[in-house]
Design a protein around this ligand. Structure first.
Ligand SMILES: Cc1ncc(COP(=O)(O)O)c(C=O)c1O
Length: 458
């Protein structure tokens, strides 16, 4: 009864993010009721392992009482404090300092947002301000990468390079440009790391030249691992090479760590994997492990000082009512304590087991590639391994694979092109990782039996 009425209310009133509205109305919502550790329970009592940590955000896992206490205490003490008028709150100040201390290099200045999209949006504002402040207003062109995702704000959706975020929305703008992805499995330059890196470097140089040279280009955006594009992992050396080229060309380098931050790939930030220091870094999701909304832009001392000095006594007009919300900041501090108190270590161990387990699926007839790092992974399905032919659209990969996994007690992300995405909570036990792999195997076997897949393979 209860869940039926919720389904009707949802159908009538809730506009869901990134959904076919009519498709969702037809299918009806699946209501989640509670969660603990890596397991979620739906309104019918069905238990599932959350192999995607919500939306790659519940890195700490569900049900940590200490996080709930931190939020409740802060709500009792001071539920809101603005950062306007020169005011502030203790948790926000402490969280800014804690992030600055842990972030690479001189990323010492933190602007808090409500999530990843407005973090990206804020970088665009800061970067334009920075280029104007240093007397280079003509550096106003932005470059990002095909298959990249940088949020869903109007400006960020234009840096995003997934067609569904563009169609019908009037973006990208004419100052937003793309270069091809490293996507090693399908890169025309081949899969050799050196060739992939050389192709990306050449593409960036060519794009900069085409835009009128470095004097026109403000910034380059990349994710250390492209998440929403299908968990595309660049070869070792790629991000360092791109970072170095941006420095050579005097183009700001923005690392979008909204997914990869906070232990998702192993270290606290994925930039640490290659020891790079971006000019700006965006984070969200794992910052509060999804318990409350929060994101953050970290900027280098150079970027901060050029903006600050350029403005002088003038007000820099960028801010949000809920920037540096004290409850979110209190949660962020507690989540950080949990990460460093063992969750990062567990995530590294669980990540190795996850990658080993998923690699054991490589000989399945449908598996074209298994890729990932730490607790961020993908299995790309094909119907012909030699030709790398994707699953046919008729087999509705996103919907049917998600449904099969769900029925097998597993939540994963099923992308429209037949890529399965994994981002389990860092708290997963060995048994839970093994169950993720086994339930994935069952899901692949059922997909192999799908008449539309069989027909396409014949
Ligand atoms: C790399 C990246 N940047 C930005 C965003 C946008 O974050 P949000 O959904 O919190 O606005 C996302 C969300 O998935 C993301 O993956």
């Amino acid at each position: 009864m209860l869940s039926n009425s919720l389904i009707e209310l949802d159908r009538a009133h809730w506009v869901h993010p990134v959904a076919s509205y009519r498709g969702h109305e037809k299918a009806g919502v699946r209501v989640l009721r509670s969660a603990k550790g890596a397991t979620v329970t739906d309104a019918t009592g069905r238990q599932l392992i959350d192999g995607f940590a919500g939306l790659w955000c519940v890195n700490a896992g569900y049900g940590h009482d200490s996080i709930v206490e931190a939020a409740a205490n802060q709500m009792r003490e001071l539920p809101y404090a603005t950062g306007y008028f020169g005011l502030g709150s203790e948790p926000a100040i402490r969280l800014a300092a804690a992030l600055a201390e842990r972030a690479p290099g001189d990323l010492d200045h933190v602007y808090f947002t409500l999530g990843g999209s407005d973090a990206i949006d804020s970088t665009v504002r800061f970067i334009r301000y920075y280029q104007q402040a240093r007397g280079k207003p003509q550096k106003d062109q932005f470059i990002s990468i095909e298959q990249g995702y940088h949020g869903s704000s109007t400006v960020g959706a234009g840096l995003t390079a997934l067609p569904v975020f563009h169609a019908g929305f009037g973006v990208p703008y004419d100052w937003q440009h793309k270069i091809p992805s490293h996507y090693t499995y399908r890169n025309p330059a081949g899969s050799e790391p050196a060739a992939v890196i050389a192709a990306s470097l050449a593409a960036l140089r060519a794009k900069v030249d085409a835009l009128g040279g470095p004097e026109r280009v403000a910034a380059f955006y990349c994710e250390p691992i492209q998440g929403s594009g299908g968990v595309l992992v660049p070869p070792p050396g790629w991000i360092k090479a791109m970072r170095d080229l941006c420095r050579e060309l005097d183009i700001l380098f923005v690392a979008d760590e909204v997914i990869t931050g906070f232990g998702r790939t192993g270290p606290l930030f994925a930039c640490e994997d290659e020891g790079i220091i971006p000019d700006l870094m965006t984070t969200a999701k794992g910052l509060t492990a999804g318990y409350v909304p929060m994101g953050a832009v970290l900027m280098s001392s150079n970027v901060y000082n050029v903006i600050a000095d350029g403005a002088g006594a003038a007000t820099i007009g960028h801010g949000y009512t809920y920037s540096a919300h004290p409850v979110s900041a209190a949660v962020g501090l507690e989540v950080l304590r949990l990460y460093e108190g063992g969750l990062l270590d567990n995530g590294r161990k669980a990540g190795r087991r996850l990658m080993e387990g998923l690699r054991s699926l490589a000989d399945h007839p449908l598996v074209g590639e298994v890729r990932g790092r730490g607790m961020l992974a993908a299995v790309e399905l094909v119907i012909d391994k030699a030709r790398k032919t994707p699953l046919p659209a008729a087999s509705l990969p996103a919907q049917r694979i998600f449904d099969r996994a769900w029925n097998n007690g597993l939540i994963i992300r099923a992308f429209g092109n037949g890529v399965l995405g994994f981002a389990p909570p860092l708290c997963c036990t060995e048994a839970e990782i093994d169950a993720i792999v086994e339930r994935t195997r069952a899901t692949l076997d059922e997909t192999l039996a799908d008449p539309d897949v069989r027909a396409a393979m014949a």
